[in-house]
Design a protein. Structure first.
Length: 100
């Protein structure tokens, strides 16, 4: 089993409610992949509430059966479309992949 965790830091917004709306938009877009990419075993999306400046804003916590399924996910057209979509929202991301 493979755990795939990705965290996104959103760009700055003039109003905190705009940032929250952007985070919710990303969450909805990410959740739509769950039904399109069948190799995803578990898929949880969270929106940060911690106000620290070093905190990231959105997290994906997902599980795959093996390295091959993770690669299928990463190359899937729905995932590639999300990457392009996310360029309008995120300024930084970090990724951790590890075996369970």
């Amino acid at each position: 089993m493979i755990r795939h965790i990705v965290m996104f830091k959103l760009k700055e917004f003039s109003d905190p409610s705009e940032k929250q709306k952007a985070a919710e938009t990303l969450k909805d877009e990410l959740l739509s992949m769950r039904t399109k990419i069948t190799v995803i075993q578990e898929f949880e999306i969270g929106i940060n509430f911690n106000p620290n400046s070093f905190a990231f804003d959105v997290v994906i916590n997902s599980t795959f059966a093996n390295h091959e399924d993770l690669e299928i996910y990463q190359q899937h057209p729905a995932h590639q479309a999300f990457i392009a979509f996310n360029k309008n929202y995120s300024v930084e991301k970090v990724i951790v992949d590890y075996e369970l």
